[in-house]
Design a protein around this ligand. Structure first.
Ligand code: GAL
Length: 689
């Protein structure tokens, strides 16, 4: 994060997307009054207002935006001013029909929703930079301007386009990557297979719909290209804005845990002045609080410190099959959990619920029902909470555990033609993350090539693809005394997606002290019994492989099936450290027991002794104080050991803090050593929330 270009607001930022252009001006005064009542400090404006700002090519109408920004400033509310480039107007597509994206089946999409443009379209780029430049220059000195919101969720609806312009851009990207050497590309892609050898760069096209399985490396390079192509749009807009306003920070909102088309945000994050993220709950996720925490840790890790939650919802969204409203207190718990994981600001989509348009059934800070509503009460309360937590701004989370997260590994493992099509990178990471969340163990996410020396334990639940440097970094971490744990089907291919021969798990084989000669993925309804140093009734699903020990010891083995007696979990002394291999997908209790043992042996301590079920515990450390965040997701509440001042109530805490049922407590710690050493905690019975 740039030290020069930062958000200059006191305390924690609070707000949401504000779309006053959707309402008559009479409503705006009420918006201002209610924003002040709720403690809103910043709003994102203009995200989807291109059609109003530029009614015809090169013709601008800033009258409405001028008034909105003036009004915000008069009311002491900062503007996170957007470039409206996520939604080009209809006139643009009529003039440039070639800028509409083409899907992999060759179907050209129509305008009429949003983000329906080809990322490689020169006409789009010109138009986007033009409007960004106009806005940058016009509002450079506006006193409300605090931050640039570039575009909106790059790639949310158009992560890839298969048109001819995209094909040409892909070829340019490939020429640069392979330094103009077509043979190098042929070797990297393995095009001797199925007669795919290319003799001319112009023969190369995007991985469009084809008859049989497409080439894996072709698809992987395509994913990399699509991410870079969108990134180049971001940096181009950012640079236009920087020229106009060298001191104003620029962000764009990430979506770190969305679909397979996701972008490689490790490459994006260093280009942002402030990293921000959008997070939405899945109605079908019974423990979505774990996803909130995982994504928060991931964003903080990419930001290298505090970040902003740019969007989440007060209640239901409108884009899932059934859109669940939040449970009592859930919105507050979500928001405070994001703060606990390093967010220095909390915002929502959106301020006022829309009457019309595609998102009319999406919740908001000010619902259709108005202020006589639970959501409004909760929004006002959250504003007060964030004000009470102002001093946590700038503090961050220190972790002994690193989780390896790599988009290349994720993309590659989820390509077609794998031993099992059931493997999902995010499921496997979530499997391993959950027991650490339950135990209150702080976690960072890292790239395979990150300096691992600050950590005691490195977990790589799913690392199908790994380049040589990343593999060396991870294995030498164990060799030098660290503890490394690796999940099944890892180390299998190099960065060209070529299998590492000589036995699986390729790159990690020697460090793990095992060698697998054949994979035995399990069918969806198959389960295997495990025996050994695992809980009674331990089972495993999804994956098995014929592991032979070369230097490792077996911790668990299969009881049944064709691999009966074969090791399923192993532990190896590697150099002065330890390397574990989980060659299957253990049931949650067994995995929790294994991870507890691994972290114990690695000397990793939880934030706060043993936690009751469903209590989230995280510590943010600042220069002057530490802040212990405790959140009850169980509904039972708890008494937990702490010393200091509980900031949400302002009450002193001497030895124990009452965590109300479904509520939260944030303790500014004065006796950190005591609370960190505290033992088992006790449920508090009925809460007093
Ligand atoms: C986000 C998007 C917002 C809004 C929201 C609804 O992906 O950035 O503009 O559409 O989803 O949940």
């Amino acid at each position: 994060m740039s030290t020069e270009r930062r958000l200059r607001l006191p305390g924690l930022a609070y707000g949401g997307d504000y779309n006053p252009e959707q309402w008559p001006e009479e409503v705006w005064a009420e918006d201002m009054r209610l924003m002040r009542e709720a403690g809103v400090t910043i709003v994102s404006v203009g995200i989807f207002s291109w059609a109003l700002l530029e009614p015809a090519e090169g013709v601008y109408d800033f009258s409405r935006m001028d008034k909105i920004l003036d009004l915000l400033h008069e009311n002491g509310i900062a503007a996170d001013l957007a470039t409206p480039t996520a939604s080009p107007p209809a006139w643009f597509f009529r003039a440039h029909p070639e800028a509409l994206p083409v899907d992999r089946d060759g179907r050209r999409l129509s305008y009429g929703s949003r983000q329906t443009f080809c990322p490689s379209s020169p006409a789009y780029r010109t138009a986007a930079l033009r409007i960004a430049g106009e806005i940058g220059r016009r509002y450079a000195d506006h006193p409300a301007l605090a931050m640039w919101h570039v575009h909106n969720e790059y790639g949310c609806h158009n992560a890839e386009c298969h048109c001819d312009e995209s094909a040409a851009a892909f070829r340019r990207w490939l020429r640069a990557k392979y330094a103009g050497d077509l043979d190098a590309l042929n070797h990297a892609w393995g095009t001797t297979f199925w007669s795919q050898w290319y003799y001319d760069w112009d023969e190369i096209i995007p991985p469009r719909a084809t008859g049989a399985a497409p080439n894996p490396t072709h698809q992987l390079d395509w994913r990399r290209f699509c991410s870079d192509e969108l990134l180049s749009l971001f940096t181009a807009e950012r640079d236009v804005l920087r020229r106009a306003t060298p001191g104003i920070p620029a962000t764009t909102n990430f979506m770190v845990n969305f679909s397979i088309e996701a972008l490689d945000y490790w490459r994006w994050a260093p280009e942002l002045d402030i990293v921000s993220n959008d997070h939405y709950l899945r109605s079908t996720d019974p423990e979505s609080e774990i996803d909130v925490a995982l994504c928060g840790d991931l964003v903080r890790s990419m930001a290298g410190g505090p970040w902003l939650l740019m969007e989440h919802s007060t209640g239901a969204v409108n884009w899932q099959p059934v859109n669940r409203a939040k449970r009592p207190g859930e919105m507050r718990r979500n928001a405070l959990a994001h703060v606990a994981r390093g967010a220095d600001g909390i915002a929502f989509f959106q301020w006022r619920a829309a009457k019309a348009g595609a998102e009319q059934w999406h919740s908001s800070m000010l619902p259709h029902a108005g202020t006589d509503s639970q959501i409004w009460q909760d929004v006002v309360r959250l504003g007060a909470d964030l004000e009470a937590l102002a001093e946590v701004r700038g503090s961050t989370v220190a972790a002994d555990v690193a989780f390896v997260w790599d988009w290349n590994a994720r993309w590659a493992m989820e390509l077609p033609s794998q031993p099992s099509s059931a493997l999902r990178f995010t499921d496997l990471v979530r499997d391993w993350y959950s027991p650490l969340w339950r135990a209150g163990v702080a976690v960072d996410f890292v790239r395979p090539d990150t300096d691992l020396s600050p950590y005691r334990l490195v977990l790589a639940p799913s690392l199908y693809l790994i380049d040589d440097a990343g593999a060396a970094n991870l294995t030498s971490f164990a060799e030098r005394g660290g503890t490394l744990a690796v999940g099944f089907h890892s180390g299998a291919v190099d960065d060209n997606c070529h299998v590492r021969t000589g036995g699986y798990p390729g790159a990690f084989r020697d460090a793990l002290g095992v060698r697998t000669d054949e994979l035995f993925p399990l069918l969806p309804d198959e389960t295997r019994q495990l025996t050994g140093q695992v809980p009674q009734d331990a089972t495993a699903t999804q994956w098995s492989e014929r592991v032979r020990l070369t230097s490792a010891e077996a911790i668990a083995s299969y009881v049944d099936g064709s691999l009966a007696g074969v090791p399923a979990v192993t532990r190896n002394a590697h150099g002065t450290g330890t390397a574990w291999y989980l060659a299957t997908r253990p049931d949650p209790d067994t995995l929790a027991a294994l991870i507890a043992r691994i972290r114990d042996e690695a000397g990793v301590r939880p934030v706060l002794g043993t936690l009751p079920d469903g209590i989230e515990a995280v510590r943010r450390s600042g220069t002057d104080a530490d802040y212990l965040f405790l959140i009850d997701h169980s509904g039972a509440g708890a008494d937990l050991p702490a010393h200091g001042v509980e900031l949400l109530t302002g009450k002193p805490v001497h030895g124990s803090v009452v965590l109300p049922a479904g509520g939260a407590a944030v303790v500014r710690e004065t006796h950190r050593s005591q609370s960190a050493q505290a033992g088992t905690t006790t449920p508090a019975g009925s809460g007093n929330r």
